[in-house]
Write a protein of this length. Structure first.
Length: 205
C-alpha cells in the first residue's frame, strides 16, 4: 500500500513539475529582462521575425507592438533564448539602396553622381561615408548598391530615408538621361514557329 502511495505521489510530483516548468521558466526570464540594460519599454526591436516597439515586460510575457498596431505576445523564456536586435541602442545606422542602370551607361558617371547626391542630402558624420559598389551584370541592367548613414532609432526613419534616396536617384538619372531598365522578354517567332489561330483562318509565323 505504501509503495502504491509513494508511486502515486511521484507521478503527481512529476506532473506538477512539468506543468510548472514553463511558468517558472517564463518568470525567471521576466526577472532577467527586468534587469537587462539593453532593452526597455518603447525600444524598437526585432526578434524571431517580429519587429515593433516594446510595450510591456511582465513576469510571464514580453509584448511587442507592431507598426500595424497589432500586438505580439512572446513568452519570456522564448525571448531570452533567441537572439534579438535592438535598433534603439544607437542613434545612427547604415542603410542600403539598390538599383540598376542600362548597359550603355558610363559607369563612372553613375557612381560619381550617386555618391555626390547622396552625400549632399544625407549628412555623414566623422568616420562615416557614402559607399558605392557595382554588384552584378543583371539580365537587363548593371546593378549597384549604395550604403550610407542616417539618424535612426525606429523603422519609420529607415523607410523615410530609403524613400528619399530612391526619389533622388531617379530624379538625377532622369536629368542626365541615365536609363533604369526593366526586364524585357524577346520572342523569336521564326525559330519558335509560333502559331496564331482565329475562328476564320490559321497562320504560322
Amino acid at each position: 500500500m505504501l509503495t502504491s502511495v509513494l508511486a502515486g505521489a511521484g507521478v503527481v510530483g512529476l506532473a506538477i513539475g512539468l506543468a510548472l516548468q514553463g511558468t517558472l521558466s517564463n518568470t525567471f526570464g521576466g526577472l532577467i529582462l527586468s534587469f537587462m540594460p539593453k532593452i526597455k519599454i518603447d525600444d524598437y526591436i526585432e526578434s524571431g521575425g517580429v519587429k515593433g516597439f516594446v510595450s510591456e515586460i511582465s513576469l510571464r510575457n514580453f509584448v511587442v507592438s507592431r507598426p500595424d498596431n497589432n500586438y505580439v505576445i512572446i513568452p519570456n523564456s522564448k525571448f531570452i533564448g533567441d537572439a534579438f536586435t535592438n535598433y534603439s541602442l544607437s542613434d545612427r545606422s547604415r542603410i542600403t539602396v539598390t538599383c540598376g542602370v542600362g548597359y550603355e551607361s558610363n559607369l563612372q558617371v553613375v557612381e560619381d553622381l550617386v555618391v555626390r547626391n547622396i552625400a549632399e542630402n544625407f549628412e555623414q558624420n566623422d568616420g562615416e561615408s557614402v559607399e558605392f559598389f557595382f554588384t552584378e551584370f543583371g539580365d537587363s541592367s548593371i546593378n549597384f548598391m549604395t550604403r550610407f548613414w542616417i539618424d535612426m532609432r525606429k523603422a519609420k526613419e529607415e523607410h523615410a530615408a530609403r524613400h528619399k534616396a530612391v526619389k533622388l536617384i531617379k530624379s538625377n538619372f532622369d536629368e542626365r538621361g541615365i536609363n533604369i531598365p526593366f526586364p524585357i522578354r524577346t520572342l523569336d517567332f521564326g525559330k519558335n514557329n509560333l502559331r496564331l489561330e482565329s475562328k476564320n483562318d490559321k497562320a504560322t509565323l
